[in-house]
Design a protein around this ligand. Structure first.
Ligand code: F6R
Length: 242
């Protein structure tokens, strides 16, 4: 595991964007796994800048998002489809056919999960997976007590995740209880992983994920077993490192 210390959120975002850009320069048709949430917003802003100012094209890049809420439509402002379109896709040149996000409105969720895994396989697997981490140690929507062997699946959100994500919704009751999420197995099959950790509220879980026991209690702890993980940590998130 390589740990990169960033002095602040802006630095974290620049380092992460540079890593994605480098991946695309080296292999323009890279398959990149993407995350939503607050943490990668700065990275997306930086990537848009790189695309415009350095004229880096993403036209051969293929993307697979980690997750999507079940039962939210693509145009719903709370959906991850909407998030990706507004914060990244509409500003760059990734062809729509290359953008993949689980369909939370699929009639048969089990089938959708299998099809999503199949598409990742057909694309040649994920070259670089971007992750954030939940305060409870989740990655994707792989919540504590997850099965490490799970592929893309229907995931039930933990109460703490529902509360953490509720600031985006008008009330707690509006937060979906279920999502489609890549599984730990899917994430661990990525050839390289970059996890972004920002803010003091992630400090405790970061310490457990990096140096604690590898256990389903802290899903991110499984990353200790991956051969190519870079952890980009902003200063406030380092406060509890042992
Ligand atoms: C997002 C995702 C989640 C987030 C995590 C952290 O696609 O899968 O695991 O990465 O909940 O969210 P933020 O960055 O909002 O703290």
């Amino acid at each position: 595991m390589r740990i990169v210390f960033a002095k602040d959120y802006a630095a974290l975002s620049e380092i992460a964007a540079d890593m994605v850009a480098e991946q695309i320069r080296t292999k323009p048709d890279s398959v990149v796994g993407l995350a939503t949430g607050n943490t990668p917003l700065g990275m997306y802003r930086e990537l848009i800048k790189i695309h415009r100012q350095k004229q880096l094209s993403f036209c051969r890049m293929v993307t697979f998002n980690l997750d999507e809420y079940i039962a939210l439509g693509k145009e719903d402002p709370h959906s991850y489809h909407y998030y990706m379109k507004h914060h990244f896709f509409r500003h760059v040149d990734i062809p729509e056919a290359n953008q993949h996000i689980p369909n939370g409105e699929a009639g048969n969720i089990g089938q959708e999960c299998l099809a999503y895994e199949q598409k990742i396989k057909e694309a040649g697997g994920i070259d670089l997976q971007i992750l954030g981490i939940g305060r409870n140690g989740h990655i994707g929507f792989n919540e504590p007590d997850v099965r490490f062997t799970a592929a893309t699946h229907r995931a039930e959100l933990a109460e703490s995740t529902i509360r953490a994500n509720s600031h985006c919704f008008s009330s707690l009751a509006q937060v979906p209880r279920f999502a489609i999420s890549m599984g730990i197995k899917t994430i661990m099959q990525a050839r390289s992983i970059v996890i972004l950790v920002n803010g003091e509220d992630k400090a405790e879980v970061l310490d457990r994920a990096l140096w604690g026991d590898i256990s389903p209690e802290i899903p991110a702890s499984i990353l200790q077993l991956h051969q190519r993980v870079t952890v980009i940590v902003e200063e406030n998130a380092t406060k509890r490192l042992r």
